[in-house]
Design a protein around this ligand. Sequence first.
Ligand SMILES: Nc1ncnc2c1ncn2[C@@H]1O[C@H](COP(=O)(O)OP(=O)(O)OP(=O)(O)O)[C@@H](O)[C@H]1O
Ligand SMILES: [Mg+2]
Length: 417
Amino acid sequence: MTAEKPNGSDPSMMDTELGRLVVEQQLATQEEVDQCLSLRAENGEDASQQTLADFLVQEGVVTKRQITRVAAKIDEARKGQQIPGYRIESKLGRGAMATVFKAHQLSLDRSVAIKVMPRRLSENAEYVERFYREGQAAAKLNHANIVQAFDVGEAGGYHYFVMEYVKGHTVHDEIAEGKTFSEVEALKIVIQIARALEHAHGLGLIHRDVKPKNIMITETRQAKLADMGLAREASDSVTAQAEAGRAFGTPYYISPEQIRGKVDIDFRADIYSLGATFYHMVTGRVPFEGDTPAAVMHMHLTEPLKPPDHLNTELSSGLGEVVETMMAKDRRRRYSSTSDLLLDLEAISRGETPLQARKQIDTELLSGLANQAEPSLPLDTEVLPTAVGTDLKVYVILLAAGLVACLMVILLLLANR
Ligand SMILES: Nc1ncnc2c1ncn2[C@@H]1O[C@H](COP(=O)(O)OP(=O)(O)OP(=O)(O)O)[C@@H](O)[C@H]1O
Ligand SMILES: [Mg+2]
């Protein structure tokens, strides 16, 4: 007896999907599914002809009718996963927004990763427009530390994003296993991602979602920034709220200006998020922990950062200075370019002083002194250039002084007559 199978599907993928669905629909418990999977494994050779569905029916866990219904559902979902020119091979992972598959690109005979967006997004015209616009911008990037974007398109009502397939895992996976990175090890990764960002920022592209889940590590420990140029569903703060609550969710790395819903997000938001990622890697803790996503976001806005080198005393004070500069709440106090950040990252990896961070601190001290006489600016208020206004004032004063001097000379001459 063989239960109905979706056409042309990989049996192991089908089993994973079917196992998940029967548990989700409360037709079976996870233990029952696991039991049937081990039965299938025990049967060795014979098992090749029998699927999880067959064992679930054989063991009386579900009825044949129930399994047919579940299989039909999977078949329907698979229709959205048929992309002309590609053969879907396995599922790589699933994020808050989409599912990523490993696939084979038939024309070029190479492995690729395809991110399939949920159908509801295809119905959002504004999102679709951004999806193509940002995809095109990402395709112009070419950097060893960026997951290369290959293609965007639509098939069967689903939009998809085709990219370089990276054999490896994410920084999040290593953190989730309980790893705390040494300073040297973390720097090797953070420097590569800062180089990726320098390249993207140079071409005017901002990532907006730098986090451990979006940093992939290959077998040779090459770091690659994923999801560059992938349009997000909503504003950063709305997305953060929606994704929050899950362990390692977005609000742990989001910049204060994104939380505030500012529209002119620039490279400094990515520097903040990379700083938060760096912090997590070397301390084993996210910069701000709270009971609710709103609490975490509030802390990004107001709570002073505990220096990473205080949490992990093996870290250098230089690293502490760099992370604190990257994560300054007021973006004017962060690095003024990604290249400046790289100079400091490279300096501390040589055991030298982070001069760019020091420069930033000196400027801050000076502006602090200057501001003592004046009320301080509200956080993140942009400083408008004042040079023009000041120059004008000087000219007016000089002109007035000149006129007064001329007048006095004339009066003196008249008086001497
Ligand atoms: N180019 C790729 N090559 C190989 N695996 C990938 C690739 N892109 C993503 N993945 C895998 O797919 C998983 C899901 O990725 P996705 O971007 O959808 O979500 P995420 O970044 O993990 O989380 P979130 O949706 O919360 O941002 C990743 O965690 C990673 O393991
Ligand atoms: Mg991702």
